[in-house]
Design a protein around this ligand. Sequence first.
Ligand code: HEC
Ligand code: HEC
Length: 368
Amino acid sequence: MRRLSCLAVALVALVAACGDPAEPLNGWSGLGGSDGAPNTAAPLPWPVTEFPPLPKIAQDVPEARIRLGNLLFYDPILSVDRVTACATCHSEFWGMSDALPVAVGHGAGPLAGPGREGPNTLRRNSPALFNLAFRESLFWDGRSESLEAQAITPLLAEDELNLDPEIAIAELMAIPEYVELFAAAFPENPEVTVQNLASALAAFQRTMVSSRSLYDAYAGGQAATLSEELVEGMFLFAEMGCDDCHSPPLFESETFANRNVPASDGIIDEGRAEVTGLSEDIGRFRAPTLRNLFESEPYFHNGSVKRLEDAVRHELEQTGISFGEEDVRLIELFVRKGLRDDSRSADRPKTVPSGLPTPLDGPIFPGR
Ligand code: HEC
Ligand code: HEC
């Protein structure tokens, strides 16, 4: 049964390798009935699709490598101002985003989250970093294909961390704890190198899997986990064609589309066209995952829409099909409640090896 469904997934999604993780990622005991037939007690508006297995690169990763990546992610040692870290813009306090319309890079002080202002304002919204392990392309315009390649770009970006990777390596080598941590994380090549730095960050980011939402339990046959309203919202979501681009089970796809999101004042962003050079790609962006949107507001590539409800209304308007406010409410509810699982979000280390303070949002927004 597993083999068969793996084959189906492989054929449909062109997934080359079909791993066999010891337990299903969603933690529920399989989809459909025991004979593999769709579960009629928990009807779905689309064919049953099993949550994909972790790709090979994310399997059997040494714990020490993931831990190192976690520390590096929070350590401002990787920035030119020694104040900014990956977590400045991708914080567990804000659903692995930053609650800002567009990200603000180094030179803006330790405050992360709402209120952060500075000279290095980016043009795009910080994406929440869930389910990166399953992605074929990264960034709003899909310009990067691997997390390893991506990890160095924030360092290089003048408006993000702006630190020459070679200088970053020298800084890390000067901290004995990092030298030890790199050695433990990469036993076969125990050195502090740019490649190992990227590999540790990538390994850590692949652990942020979101696959245990109420929807996943329901799709696994536990009909009672979705309330009637949520089921209604899910069917409306499908009826309105949202699943064409935000396709289950990841609720995203490699579709690049122009959703007529209002441009920000004075900002030029041609989206996918900046990668392909094709005029028809102007204004097209990658269809992002709709999992865990509950606290990663504001929305869209430029953060121009603050509330999830308004983002859903905007997307409904693009369909050309008439709809009412009750439809907006039900679809928003399905997305916000039904697709939420942040149980494997990042853990903030109490201290990082550089001894520098991690970006400041916890103490300012206690209890989140
Ligand atoms: C100044 C804020 C900022 C910092 C610092 C930052 N990022 Fe980002 N990150 C962004 C923004 C904005 C984007 C989207 C850029 C785009 O699409 O062009 C992004 C995109 C990403 C993506 C792609 C996600 C997706 O869904 O496509 C990953 C992965 C990522 N960042 C990881 C990191 C890591 C690792 C670090 C630290 C080495 C880091 N970021 C530092 C703001 C930041
Ligand atoms: C043709 C593909 C396509 C369809 C159909 C589609 N979307 Fe989207 N959706 C996108 C793209 C692309 C974006 C990003 C657009 C941007 O930022 O410019 C997006 C963004 C969103 C966002 C914001 C997510 C975030 O992280 O900022 C929400 C919410 C959303 N869509 C909901 C829906 C709903 C609800 C429907 C059905 C009414 C729908 N979408 C139909 C492609 C699509």
